[in-house]
Design a protein around this ligand. Structure first.
Ligand SMILES: [Zn+2]
Length: 420
């Protein structure tokens, strides 16, 4: 979850503030919130247990099964797993629309990574304990608290443990949910729990497009075939042209050439060369403009190198033999929550009520999918603190987790509403 800070524009709404204050005073809600402290040992157990089950991208089955069992134990209804491995459970009936509360269950760690998960006091260590052990533990903590408090909800809450958030997963779990007729139009708001903490509100979806650009040519000997077109030169020309493309600072848009490969030896004209390009923005239009520029510069570079090849070797007229391929290796849609969205007012009011300082941020999370469809969605942390995400040194500290859990509970209840 790469995160970029944005200038804070706090919009306080007094009606929503009163609503949240009333909600927090409700005896059932207080009962639910009290659970968080008394059940902390369980939260830790869940987190340790789950982190010990490997969940590499495209290998989340065992963890999904574990989560479905927890959902059933916590009395969620209609617990099931869909064909890509997302786990669902409902509290509060099946009348639509739903408020979705989700946490991704996959990790970045490939199969076979040693999962040395351990606890020292309030600290947990090991791959995935925070990202997304903290999110899943919070998901279960809220389900448990709602059960204990026995609140009747105006709109049901859809609990989701989804697959495929990280890297090559490319948000496939969320993509699938928002393409499903059953969920696509019935999820009104999505609250995504990702990692630890309670000091952020991700309301801007940072989009990305990633490409592998491959150029192939006839190759040859550097001396005897001099003149043959050179794929490395084509890439160099493409990079030269593409990196001149102007990008706006708002909406912030970036590009990077991250990997370049090609050739076999100093005295061979390469038969192929490739590069990996990363484009990011909160604006779909900017990403499309940059992609178009990349493709245009590649076409121009091929034409130029074909011409240059002819000039180098005018006696040997032949077709240049150059070809290119642009493979999309990642695509995450961009989007942004309407500043007037109820969801933003609610989380702001909850933070004000709890005396919690949080900043709006821009990141790439599961919320990208609903946000890119113009739906209300935010991503927040599961409380506590954590660090070293995506490394073997990852850690989580449960100190102060209660605040994060209360924040999630009040937000989800304010969105769903109480039936009384
Ligand atoms: Zn995560």
């Amino acid at each position: 979850m790469p995160v970029v800070r944005r200038a804070d524009a706090s919009g306080a709404d007094s009606t929503v503030h009163r609503e949240v204050a009333r909600l927090a005073e409700h005896p059932g809600v207080r009962r639910a919130a009290l659970q968080f402290r008394s059940q902390e040992f369980r939260h830790i157990q869940w987190q340790l247990e789950m982190a010990r089950i490997p969940a590499p991208p495209f290998g989340e089955n065992a963890r999904a099964e574990w989560l479905a069992k927890r959902f059933r134990e916590l009395g969620l209804e209609d617990v099931h797993t869909d064909e890509v491995g997302n786990v669902f459970g409902i509290r509060g009936g099946s009348a639509q629309p739903f408020v979705a509360l989700s946490a991704h269950i996959d990790t970045v760690f490939p199969a076979g990574t040693p999962l040395n998960i351990r606890q020292q006091g309030t600290r947990l260590f090991g791959p995935g304990v925070s990202d997304n052990g903290a999110g899943v533990a919070a998901l279960l903590a809220v389900a448990a608290a709602l059960r204990a408090a026995d609140l009747s909800l105006a709109a049901p809450i859809l609990f989701i443990g989804n697959v495929g958030e990280e890297g090559e997963g490319d948000l496939r779990g969320m993509r699938h949910i928002f393409a499903e007729p059953r969920w696509k139009n019935s999820i009104r708001q999505s609250l995504v729990l990702d990692g630890a903490g309670c000091d952020t509100i991700v309301a801007e979806a940072l989009g990305s497009r990633r490409f592998e650009v491959i150029v192939r040519g006839p190759g040859g000997h550097s001396w005897s075939d001099f003149g043959a077109p050179n794929p490395i030169v084509v890439l160099a020309r493409t990079i030269q042209g593409f990196t001149q493309t102007r990008v706006p600072t708002a909406p912030k848009t970036t590009f990077n050439i991250g990997v370049i490969r090609g050739g076999t030896s100093v005295n061979s004209i390469p038969e192929s060369a490739s590069m990996r390009v990363d484009i990011r923005s909160t604006s779909m239009a900017e990403m499309e403009r940059l992609e178009a520029s990349l493709r245009r510069e590649l076409d121009l570079a091929i034409a130029e190198e074909a011409r240059a090849s002819e000039q180098r070797n005018p006696t040997q007229r032949r077709s240049s033999g150059l070809s290119d391929e642009v493979v999309v290796i990642g695509s995450r849609p961009a989007g942004e929550l309407d500043p007037d969205a109820r969801m933003l007012k609610v989380i702001r009011a909850v933070d004000a009520h709890l005396g919690n300082a949080a900043q709006i941020q821009r990141a790439s999370t599961d919320a990208n999918i609903p946000l890119s469809m113009g739906r209300e969605a935010i991503a927040i942390g599961g409380g506590g603190t954590g660090g070293g995400a995506h490394t073997l040194q990852e850690w989580f500290d449960s100190n102060g987790r209660e605040l994060g859990l209360q924040r999630i509970l009040l937000t989800v209840l304010a969105l769903a509403g109480l039936a009384e």
